[in-house]
Design a protein. Structure first.
Length: 229
């Protein structure tokens, strides 16, 4: 968030961005070049990469409140992924099964490249004989605080798996809602980021990740980053 920008210039926007597909946006603007956008929703979906690899996407809120999509990025998985996978794997073990791990992230950054809010998932599943013997995901959340006991706060979170043992597939979802009260809005009524994560784990060892974020208000230049590895 940039202190030079005014939150008074608000436009009503309905926005959906699909990575790898068509970007659709409609805006009813009282200002032809608004600095603030109202009611933004972004969606991205990614196939899980091969073991040891990562895939990610990024969407930036453009000058006209339309999403500016960056091409999908591929590369090696991070050291953090290896640590997360080891921790997640301890929850699901089977001596004769093949183990798989997946980490997902879904983060919102401001125009100064400060991460405001984030939702993360760590999935682990074991497969044998065409079934998932045990599997599931855990969710964690992170948010930015300001040094005077202000900033973003986690207001609610939940997560669930639709199956955890002897499954054809496991569908995991997690949700987290964050509110802001601080130097950019002392009332606490202006900003609210709600993150969603959906992971599908399959018996053949493959997986897919889908992410959504809903923003009550957002400035031009905010960017959403998401991916899995």
């Amino acid at each position: 968030m940039n202190s030079r920008l005014s939150i008074a210039a608000v436009s009503a926007v309905s926005l959906v961005a699909l990575l790898g597909g068509t970007t659709v946006a409609t805006a009813r603007e009282s200002d032809p070049a608004p600095k603030s956008c109202d009611g933004v929703r972004l969606t991205g979906e990614l196939p899980a990469p091969a073991p040891g690899q990562a895939v990610s996407g990024q969407i930036t809120i453009g000058a006209d409140c339309r999403p500016e999509r960056v091409s999908v990025q591929h590369g090696p998985a991070s050291a953090r992924s290896a640590r997360t996978a080891t921790a997640a794997g301890s929850a699901t073990t089977a001596a004769t099964a093949v183990g798989h791990q997946l980490r997902g992230w879904n983060e919102m950054y401001d125009c100064c490249n400060i991460r405001m809010t984030g939702l993360y998932s760590a999935s682990s599943w074991d497969t044998a004989n065409g079934r998932i013997t045990t599997g599931g995901s855990t969710a964690t959340q992170e948010w930015n605080r300001e040094p005077w006991d202000a900033g973003w706060s986690l207001t609610s979170q939940n997560a669930k798996d639709d199956c955890v043992t002897d499954c054809a597939e496991v569908n995991s979802e997690a949700h987290a809602d964050f509110a802001y009260q601080g130097v950019f809005d002392p009332t606490g009524d202006w900003y609210d980021n709600t993150h969603h994560s959906y992971v599908q784990l399959k018996a053949d060892g493959t997986a897919s990740c889908r992410f959504d974020v809903e923003l009550r208000h957002t400035f031009v230049g905010w960017n959403w980053r998401y991916g899995c590895e």
